[in-house]
Ligand binder design. Structure first.
Ligand code: 5MM
Length: 336
């Protein structure tokens, strides 16, 4: 298949009303933090068991278009010996892969960071593609304070995100472009809106400069929220309104799908906000690419015990179903 056709067919499979993406691409360090929090030792086999619990949950293909995997998982197998990428594909769920290699400090800034991993990326992508990956993910992170993010952090991260996206597209892999404005801090929702708009504008200008076709990307932004420690908590309506306002000002309508990250919101908040944004038609498909907001309740219910697998899968499916309804503005709090 020609490269552009490959990209198009992946977008067509992902930008589907009622379906979203599961982010199961936690690096070993993050996976360890999450597993240990529920009393599970983070061995390679326990990470595999946990991921299998998610991937084998019945009927998830109704609400999941794709799953983002970590390299370790891409190479692992389900208990029936099927490699995870084929296991997911057989269920009609596209496998994707996190390709960034984490964050490094930007010298001379106030501890701001840029995402690394461009070296050798074409070779790694070619290998991941052979293993079944149809899309990739790269996350850039922006801290908000009175002064931050600095123009340098905004431009450096945008350039690197765009270079990653161009490399992916040149190889027939759809890039998820993930600029995450962090929830940490005491900033207001208005300040988050200003920062998010600046970040997104710079990302789209870098994508253009790097000849990325924005019709063939997935945007994975954070929602516009007041900081975790902000005394004025924003209402769900405000979050939906401010997020849409920022997106309309900075994201071209040609972008086919926006799949939000949850970024530390509770599972319920992430669903409520997505639902409100989908109450009216928008220029793009608006869906989810959550990690914590989809996984946390299920992981807690599992706690590493075989006898809890079924229950945990039901809880996971329930969250998926509620978020699927939210992609159509059909969720209600009493469905929780
Ligand atoms: C922001 O993190 C992404 C979305 O997760 P949430 O919905 O929980 O915010 C997520 O895909 C993240 O990039 C992965 O979990 C990998 O994180 P690490 O820190 O392990 O690279």
């Amino acid at each position: 298949m020609a490269i552009t056709d490959e990209l198009k067919s992946t977008i067509v499979a992902i930008a589907v009303k009622g379906k979203g993406i599961l982010a199961a691409d936690e690096s070993t360090k993050t996976a360890t933090k999450r597993l240990e929090a529920v009393g599970v030792q983070s061995t390679e086999e326990n990470r595999r068991r946990y991921r299998e619990l998610l991937f084998s949950a019945p009927d998830t293909n109704k609400h999941l278009a794709g799953v983002i995997l970590y390299e370790e998982t891409l190479m692992q197998k389900a208990s029936d010996d099927t490699p995870f990428p084929s296991y997911l594909s057989k269920k009609g769920i596209l496998p994707g892969i996190k390709v960034d290699k984490g964050l490094v400090k930007i010298p001379f800034t106030e501890d701001e960071e840029v995402t690394q991993g461009l070296d050798g990326l074409p070779e790694r992508l070619a290998e991941y593609k052979k293993l079944g990956a149809k899309f990739a993910k790269w996350r850039a992170v922006y801290k908000i304070t009175g002064k931050l993010p600095s123009p340098l952090a905004i431009s450096t991260n945008a350039e690197v995100l765009a270079r990653y996206a161009a490399i992916c597209q040149s190889l027939g892999i759809v890039p998820i472009v993930e600029p995450e404005v962090l929830l940490d801090g005491n900033h207001t929702i208005e300040r988050c809106a200003v920062v998010s708009e600046a970040v997104l504008r710079e990302v789209f200008s870098a994508l253009k400069r790097n000849l990325v076709n924005v019709k063939l990307i997935i945007l994975k932004p954070s929602m516009v929220l007041s900081g975790k420690d902000c005394p004025q908590k924003s209402s769900p309506e405000q979050v939906a309104e401010e997020t849409l306002k920022v997106l309309k000002k900075s994201v071209p309508s040609e972008v086919p799908t926006i799949n939000f990250l949850s970024g530390g919101q509770t599972p319920e908040q992430a669903t409520i906000h997505l639902n409100l944004m989908n109450k009216h038609p928008q220029p793009w498909n608006l869906s989810f690419s959550y990690a914590r907001a989809l996984q946390d309740p299920a992981m807690k219910a599992w706690a590493g015990k075989e006898e809890n697998v079924k229950k945990a899968q039901q809880i996971f499916f329930h969250r998926l179903k509620l978020n699927s309804l939210a992609t159509e503005g059909k969720y209600a709090v009493n469905m929780e």
